[in-house]
Ligand binder design. Structure first.
Ligand code: HEC
Ligand code: HEC
Length: 166
């Protein structure tokens, strides 16, 4: 009788211990997997400042014209002033992904679509538009009058957004 009683205590205690060890290990495995997926800032030697200076010189006097009149192959930023267009390339694209211009471009041919990342960026731009104009706009009781996301909200200087806080 005494033996049976202690079995009732020992077995559940043992199972509980096993379960907590398993849960703890499982948690660690997840953390390792996630951090291995993260791609941190890309090392690049491409000189974005020099490229921007050259392009600014090339469009001098036309900064306020619509980008589509100044550049050759546009689908999303057509109406943006040509000068501001280059700021978007630098701040919104380079900085938010932690890359340089050559991540999306062959710098010998800016108008070319040869790198898939350039078309991905057009699709990301449209996705951001949908999130802001259709999805966020329909959530009631948010703090901001016009709540919005941009590239940095997800990418935070990384090519591939992280799943966990580092
Ligand atoms: C994350 C991707 C990405 C990065 C990084 C990027 N660009 Fe772009 N760039 C694009 C996309 C997309 C377009 C086309 C925009 C459109 O379709 O309206 C474009 C278009 C251009 C054009 C117009 C070419 C033409 O004649 O059609 C120039 C010039 C340009 N980029 C320069 C730069 C420079 C300089 C940098 C670095 C400071 C840079 N880009 C970084 C994605 C990128
Ligand atoms: C809601 C979150 C979110 C926002 C906002 C967002 N992205 Fe992304 N982006 C992602 C995810 C997720 C991926 C896919 C990563 C993968 O391959 O698993 C991605 C991938 C990319 C890639 C491909 C990277 C590569 O080299 O493989 C580019 C380029 C990119 N995004 C550009 C942008 C730009 C530019 C913006 C702003 C206009 C933007 N993204 C906004 C979530 C986002």
């Amino acid at each position: 009788m005494k033996n049976l009683k202690s079995t009732f205590i020992i077995i559940p205690t043992f199972l509980l211990l096993l379960l907590s060890i398993f849960a703890f290990n499982n948690d660690n495995v997840n953390k390792v997997d996630f951090s291995e997926r993260i791609v941190v800032r890309q090392d690049t030697t491409f000189d974005a400042e020099a490229a921007l200076a050259e392009l600014r010189e090339k469009i001098k006097g036309r900064e306020n014209e619509p980008a589509e009149d100044v550049y050759e192959n546009l689908e999303i930023l057509n109406q943006m002033p040509a000068g501001r267009f280059l700021n978007i390339m630098n701040r919104a694209f380079n900085n938010s992904l932690g890359v340089s211009c050559d991540h999306c471009h062959n710098p010998d041919s800016w108008e070319s679509d040869e790198k898939p990342t350039k078309q991905i960026t057009r699709d990301m731009w449209k996705m951001v538009g949908t999130i802001n104009q259709e999805l966020l706009a329909n959530i009631d009781n948010l703090q901001s009058e016009r709540p919005a996301v941009n590239c940095t909200v997800c990418h935070r200087g990384e090519i591939k957004p992280s799943f966990s806080i580092k």
